[in-house]
Design a protein around this ligand. Structure first.
Ligand SMILES: Nc1ncnc2c1ncn2[C@@H]1O[C@H](COP(=O)(O)OP(=O)(O)OP(=O)(O)O)[C@@H](O)[C@H]1O
Ligand SMILES: [Mg+2]
Length: 162
């Protein structure tokens, strides 16, 4: 596990202009150089403690495991430092950005094939031995009608079952 100071700088961002999830709850996601960078709102990052990195690192590891194992998730890029317009540096989980083609399944007027595609991906995750409290939340699945594709997101609260 690295410390914030050891992380490579991924890029600069603006706290308002580059925010993706405007109604975000516990996390903020920013669009930086065409990628999505997710940080945790509740953490205090100022003193570069190990704990500041735990949540984004954990989410990155799970996303990596799923992606490599053939589950449809945004391709994880890694754990990086990102710097806001006030000069503050944050540890972030950086992944592929799902463009406007994708919408939260929750927001669909008609689910159609989205539910089938979603269940297919959820079923794939079962072999990885995680306790997945958020997996049935339709907010954590993104659907593109154009690509006929569902991508799972948001693994922060998953727990490995040993
Ligand atoms: N890679 C991505 N590309 C585009 N939009 C994304 C991406 N990841 C997340 N989003 C958008 O941001 C929203 C919030 O993301 P996510 O579910 O990961 O975090 P959260 O629910 O706010 O926080 P928490 O991790 O605490 O559950 C998603 O519902 C989705 O609309
Ligand atoms: Mg979520």
């Amino acid at each position: 596990m690295k410390r914030l100071n050891d992380l490579e700088l991924f890029g600069d961002f603006h706290l308002e202009r580059d925010l993706i999830n405007k109604s975000g709850t516990e996390a903020n996601i920013f669009l930086i150089s065409g990628y999505a960078a997710k940080i945790s709102k509740e953490d205090a990052f100022s003193n570069n403690l190990l704990k500041d990195l735990v949540i984004p690192f954990k989410e990155y590891r799970i996303a990596r495991e799923f992606f490599d194992g053939g589950v449809s998730v945004p391709e994880p890029k890694g754990l990086y430092a990102i710097k806001d317009n006030l000069g503050e540096v944050w540890p972030a989980f950086v992944m592929d950005y799902l463009n406007e083609d994708y919408i939260n399944i929750n927001k669909l007027d008609k689910y159609g094939e989205a539910l089938d595609l979603w269940f297919l991906e959820l079923r794939k995750t079962e072999k990885f031995n995680y306790y997945m409290p958020d997996s049935r939340n339709k907010d954590n699945a993104m659907y593109s009608k154009k690509r006929r594709d569902v991508k799972l997101i948001d693994f922060r609260r998953y727990q490995k079952i040993d």
